[in-house]
Design a protein around this ligand. Structure first.
Ligand code: SF4
Length: 448
């Protein structure tokens, strides 16, 4: 017999919300495994202890924000709406059916009030818990990479920097804007001045930010995340990022793995000076490949000079060349009468003078050219693909990092911290459950 439900709306329900949340629900696991009680202490200084109207509980604020980042809910308005009718979200945010969900504007106000430092401390506290569960060890290898994030501003908002009467010209410029002729030097976005144009092969031109991430290679826990303008080169903040990891988390870094964007001589040397072994391909295929031994020029390090096939010496010129290299020259008077000058590979300058260019980090480049051919190096590079690229892809596709939620560098940094925090929490849950599983096994074994 075909049944027909006679729906009658009930005015009162007697049940526990928790009983409706599935046992293996993600939010249930987060609630069980991660300690968020530190939030009250963290934010205590922002509230008056004995006066005024009670605020929204800061822990509830963070729980609401976490729901948004866990479930890739891009907008605060949508987040508050979904918490209104999603029982699991309500339960996780410690809101009963009678409680009013905070307005989306309250989230903005609280976020602005707390500021980026509190979110950074929240991010660090989660990493601390990762360390407590043995997920992040005290001596680790790290991987670093960056990704562009579309800013919450249109390229049409770009105005000439030196335009005195911007208001008058807004309409005309936006109509006639020639995308090929605008640059960060000449134009700035009026909507989000912190974002910049970024040009990357295969990507559309637009206003961007850049998120730089450093992860632990073993656990894939994000140890540092930094937001810069889209135009910032990867290597510019690299050393600073690694220093942050060392100082903020009291961790020793043994090896640093990254792609060739980080392989400049300065970056490599700086890592070595900090006692970190770089596993990074050289920035350019041309790095380290100079006229040298193979062409009959022997470098004598103790004398800092080159000896050519004819037995003459090329000595360094005091000032560096335009490309930052050191020029080793030999007088035209000698080379002019050289019997093997036709086969000589040194660059010919005026008056028959010969020149060899040597990079200040040439020795380092030569060492890396050998290292790059080893199997161990190749394996670490392959590992980088699924670990580092995978973490970035996870952040962009699942945890609100595909597009800027806010405008301004500081708010973007908050977005990066929260996105990284939820990724770390996921790793933490796995570590916690694994630990529980081991304890259970141990208990059973000890009983036998
Ligand atoms: S041309 Fe000059 S630099 Fe070249 S092999 Fe002869 S002497 Fe040496």
């Amino acid at each position: 017999m075909q049944g027909q439900k006679q729906y009658q709306q009930q005015l009162f329900y007697y049940f526990d919300i928790e009983s409706l949340i599935p046992r293996n629900h993600l939010l249930r696991k987060i609630d069980k495994c991660i300690d968020l009680s530190f939030i009250r202490d963290l934010t205590e200084s922002f509230y008056c202890s004995n006066n005024g109207r009670p605020s929204i509980d800061p822990e509830i604020f963070f729980r609401i924000v976490l729901v948004g980042y866990f479930y890739n809910i891009q907008y605060d308005r949508q987040l508050c709406e979904e918490i209104q009718y999603n029982l699991a979200y309500r339960w996780f945010c410690k809101l009963s059916l009678e409680d009013t969900v905070p307005d989306h504007s309250s989230l903005t106000r609280i976020r602005d009030r707390l500021g980026v430092n509190i979110f950074q401390q929240f991010f660090n506290k989660i990493i601390e818990q990762c360390k407590e569960y043995g997920l992040v060890k005290s001596d680790i290898d790290v991987m670093t990479d960056s990704t562009l994030i579309n800013a919450n501003a249109s390229i049409d908002s770009m105005m000439p920097k030196n335009n005195e009467s911007q208001e008058e010209t807004t309409k005309t410029v936006s109509k006639k804007i020639n995308y090929k002729k605008i640059s960060n030097k000449t134009h700035i976005s009026t909507t989000d001045p912190d974002s910049t144009l970024s040009f990357k092969k295969g990507k559309s031109q637009g206003l961007k930010y850049k998120a730089h991430m450093t992860i632990d290679t073993e656990s894939r826990v994000i140890l540092d995340t930094k937001i810069t303008t889209g135009a910032c080169h990867d290597s510019q903040v690299y050393v600073e990022q690694l220093q942050n990891v060392i100082e903020n988390h009291d961790i020793h870094i043994s090896k640093a793995i990254a792609d060739r964007a980080y392989g400049s001589g300065e970056s490599l040397q700086s890592l070595i000076d900090h006692g970190i072994e770089p596993i990074i391909p050289l920035f350019s295929g041309k790095s380290g490949s100079i006229v040298g031994e193979a062409d009959g020029f022997i470098y004598e390090e103790d004398q800092d000079r080159y000896r050519c096939s004819a037995g003459n010496y090329l000595t360094p010129f005091p000032s560096k060349l335009d490309d930052g290299r050191i020029g080793y020259r030999l007088s035209g008077k000698i080379c002019k009468n050289c019997p093997i000058q036709q086969s000589c590979k040194a660059t010919v300058l005026k008056h028959h003078m010969r020149l060899i260019r040597r990079h200040p980090h040439q020795k380092l480049f030569e060492h890396f050219l050998v290292k790059m051919k080893t199997e161990a190096f190749y394996l670490r590079m392959t590992e980088r693909f699924w670990k580092m690229e995978g973490t970035i892809s996870e952040a962009k596709n699942r945890h609100c990092l595909s597009r800027a939620k806010y405008r301004g560098m500081k708010k973007m940094q908050i977005q990066a911290y929260m996105s990284a925090s939820v990724q770390n929490m996921k790793r933490l849950i796995v570590a916690f459950l694994y630990l529980m599983f081991l304890l259970l096994i141990l208990k059973k074994v000890s009983k036998k």
